[in-house]
Every structure is written in structure tokens, then in C-alpha cells.
Ligand binder design. Structure first.
Ligand code: GKR
Ligand code: MG
Length: 417
């Protein structure tokens, strides 16, 4: 069965004004949908982060894949690397291959009538736990074009504002009530450490039994991180990327008993030796979109076990094809026993799969048992989300530019505290 075509569709979907260290999420988040058409008529699905660079790379490799056996993943991978050439960085080549690998695995599963988890060695769990991903957020998106108008001057969105510890506790309550999440992750790096530490304390009081995580995305110096870790001791399951770089993380790790996790200083296999040598992290957050596909994250799981590192899963704004892939991947990776990150609840159902969003119940997602990824593309929704993308006139994610519409002096530089 050979690849006949690769249909690449950029899409945009609604996202609330979530705050992070770089700025604020814009009203529309970007993704790319891959439909891999085989000569058998079977179509495999993949999903990748948006942005013009990755879109251009996917379009550039498309013609090189036509005529290739959909089961020849090793060869397909080398054709992608070759087509992009050595002037394209390894990370960018891997990110280009990732959605193609997922689409091939989906097509293979459909052809064999087996779920993708079976192709990856078989699920070791029937459900995959996810964490509630808490964000400080504005009450609503500012009026487009109304530069300088405050984000609190209009009707709040369905989530409301979360600008302090109480707001985050209320948000956590909503997510836990609605989805049954059993773990909570707070996106930090937004306010001064004192406020974020108070927020963790408020979450601890409100949810005494929920494991808690905090992720300041490298916003803190080593010194600030060590001081914050001392104050956070005993409250966190892990502290994610308090500071940037393996050296810095290693200095923090040596001074705290809180396990450190990362999706910033270990972003590929090449980073592992130094991280292990310097004892910089206890947990790596894998992400098949960034690491070069699902099979490589399964390998990462084995490597982590060898070095006695934990494995968790990173997420960015995404749709249901990615959630299905993340769920299959976590299901087959025995050592991935932390609740995975997901931004999925923030989509408010603006998805492209038939039947609407995959249900999150009891804080977990059932591993799909249908053929392939187990989700079907809703062509009409794909069209709507593509139109939303076109309405932007192309575009890149620009959290900093968006924040500056409200806070013109906002500086995204880190470390900030
Ligand atoms: O979407 O705001 C966001 C997140 O902060 C994302 O950009 C990060 O990549 O979730 C991510 C993380 O764990 O660092
Ligand atoms: Mg992170």
C-alpha cells in the first residue's frame, strides 16, 4: 500500500487569553492537519503545531513521499531528513516527520483493523490520566483593534478571569468538577514568585490530595529557584523548568528535594547525556510532536528507565487527533506514569473530529479501540477551522505581541525574577 498524496491543511481554533511567560494566547491557536492518502483509499491522520515554517517544510517533503510504502517508516523518516537537508536543524526535521509518522501509523492501523497502540507494542493501560492545566488568564479577549483597552472591560468568557490565587482555585474547581482531573499543573512564570507560591499554597489547601506541579518556563534565576523550591518543599509532585539550561537546573536540583522536570532543557536525545551527568532533572516531559514521533517517545521511555528518570508528557494547544495520538502513546509506555499535560479542555469544543471532543472523564481518556488512532476527521469542521486560519491571513503565534496590546511595555526576556 503506497502513499498517493499528503493533504496538508493549516487550521486555527478558538483559545482563551491564557497568560504565560512570553505573553498571552491569541484568540485563535494554529495547527496543521495532515491527511495521508493511500492508493488503497485509506486516509491516515496527523496533527502538528501551526506556523508558517513547519507548514512550508511539510509542503516541501510532500512530493518525496508519494509512491512510498506506508509501512516503510524507517525509509520515510530518512526521506524526510534528506528532503529537508542538513541546513534544516535536526529538531525541525524531527518535528516535520512527527505528524507524517502519526498519519502512517493511523493508516497502517486502519489497513490492519488494529488500534495504533497495538502497532506500538500494545497498550499497558486502558485509560490514560491527564492533569488539569491551570493558567492565569484574562476574563476575555480584548476587543480587536482596541489597543490599550483593558481585558477586564467586557463580558467574561465561560472560564472567567484568573488573576490571583483565588481565581486559580476557582478555575481548578471548574476543571476538576467538569473532567474529574486528579492532578493539577499551574503554568507559572507570569507573576512574581511570591504570588505563584501563594497560588500553590491555595491549591494545596483547596485540593489536599491532588498532586501539584508548577511550571515557570525558565522565568527564575538559579538563586530565585532555590529560594522558591525551599518554600515549596513538600507541596509539589515536581517543579518544571524553574530556570533555563542544564547547568542552572543542575544547580537547583542539588539544592532541593523537589524533583525537577523539563520540557525545555532536555528537548532531544542529544541532551540526555549532559542532563544525566549533571543530575539536572528527575523527570523528562516527552512530546511526540517535538521528539520526532511516537516511536521515539517510546524509546525515550526505555532510556529514562535505564537512567532512573521519570517520564511525563508535555502539551501545547492542540486538537483531537493529537489527543488521540498522545493517549495511544501514553498507553503503550509503561514508565509514563505521571498524568499527562493537555491543553485540550481550553478548546471549548472547537475540534475537527467526528462527534466533537474526545471525552475526558475521571481525569482520564479511554484509549481508543477503533482502527488506527480511532478518530475520524469531520470534513465540515476542518473546512470551518481552515477558514478561521485564512481569516488571519496566514500568521504565526505571537503571544508577546498580543500581550503588548494591553501592556505595551511587556518584556518577555527571562530570567525575569
Ligand atoms: O501554551 O502557554 C502555553 C504553554 O506555556 C506552552 O507554550 C508550553 O510549551 O505548556 C508548555 C510547557 O509545558 O512548557
Ligand atoms: Mg513546561
Amino acid at each position: 500500500v503506497v502513499i498517493q498524496d499528503l493533504v496538508i491543511t493549516p487550521v486555527a481554533f478558538h483559545d482563551p487569553p491564557l497568560l504565560n511567560v512570553w505573553g498571552t494566547h491569541e484568540p485563535l491557536a494554529l495547527r496543521v492537519i495532515v491527511q495521508l492518502v493511500t492508493d488503497d483509499g485509506v486516509v491516515g491522520l496527523g496533527e502538528a503545531p501551526g506556523g508558517s515554517a513547519l507548514l512550508a517544510r511539510l509542503l516541501a517533503v510532500r512530493e518525496h513521499l508519494v509512491g512510498m510504502d506506508v509501512f516503510a517508516l524507517g525509509r520515510i523518516e530518512s526521506v524526510v531528513h534528506h528532503a529537508l537537508g542538513p541546513h534544516t536543524g535536526l529538531g525541525d526535521r524531527l518535528a516535520t516527520f512527527a505528524p507524517i509518522e502519526v498519519a502512517c501509523l493511523d493508516a497502517q492501523g486502519r489497513l490492519l483493523d488494529r488500534p495504533v497502540s497495538d502497532l506500538l507494542g500494545g497498550a499497558v493501560r486502558e485509560r490514560v490520566d491527564f492533569a488539569a492545566y491551570l493558567f492565569y488568564k484574562w476574563s476575555h479577549h480584548p476587543d480587536p483593534g482596541a489597543t490599550g483597552s483593558g481585558p477586564s472591560d467586557g463580558e467574561p468568557d465561560a472560564w472567567g478571569a484568573a488573576l490571583d490565587p483565588d481565581g486559580i482555585v476557582a478555575q481548578a474547581r471548574l476543571l476538576v468538577d467538569r473532567y474529574g482531573f486528579g492532578s493539577l499543573k499551574l503554568k507559572g512564570g507570569v507573576y512574581a514568585p511570591d504570588i505563584e507560591i501563594d497560588t500553590i499554597a491555595a491549591l494545596r489547601d483547596a485540593f489536599p490530595d491532588h498532586p501539584l506541579r508548577l511550571d515557570p518556563n525558565g522565568a527564575w534565576t538559579v538563586e530565585t529557584s532555590i529560594d522558591a523550591a525551599r518554600r515549596l518543599s513538600g507541596t509539589l509532585e515536581y517543579l518544571e523548568d524553574p530556570t533555563l539550561g542544564i547547568e542552572g537546573m543542575s544547580a537547583v536540583a542539588a539544592a532541593t528535594d523537589i524533583p525537577l522536570a523539563t520540557n525545555m532543557c532536555v528537548v532531544g536525545f542529544d541532551d540526555l547525556p549532559a542532563a544525566v551527568r549533571q543530575d539536572a532533572v528527575a523527570i523528562v516531559l516527552g512530546d511526540h510532536h517535538a521528539w520526532g514521533g511516537m516511536r521515539r517517545v517510546v524509546e525515550l521511555g526505555r532510556l529514562c528507565r535505564t537512567w532512573n528518570l521519570g517520564l511525563s508528557m508535555h502539551s501545547n494547544s492542540h486538537l483531537g487527533i493529537s489527543l488521540a495520538a498522545m493517549t495511544h502513546l501514553a498507553a503503550v509506555t509503561p514508565t509514563l506514569d505521571y498524568a499527562c499535560d493537555t491543553h485540550y479542555p481550553w478548546n471549548s469544543g472547537d475540534d475537527i473530529i467526528v462527534g466533537g471532543p474526545l471525552p475526558i472523564e475521571g481525569g482520564s481518556v479511554a484509549v481508543p479501540t477503533g482502527a488506527g488512532l480511532g478518530v475520524e476527521l469531520d470534513e465540515e469542521r476542518l473546512h470551518v477551522l481552515h477558514e478561521q486560519y485564512l481569516s488571519l491571513g496566514g500568521g504565526e503565534r505571537d503571544d508577546t505581541g498580543y500581550r503588548r496590546r494591553i501592556e505595551p511595555g511587556f518584556d518577555p526576556a527571562v530570567p525575569r525574577w
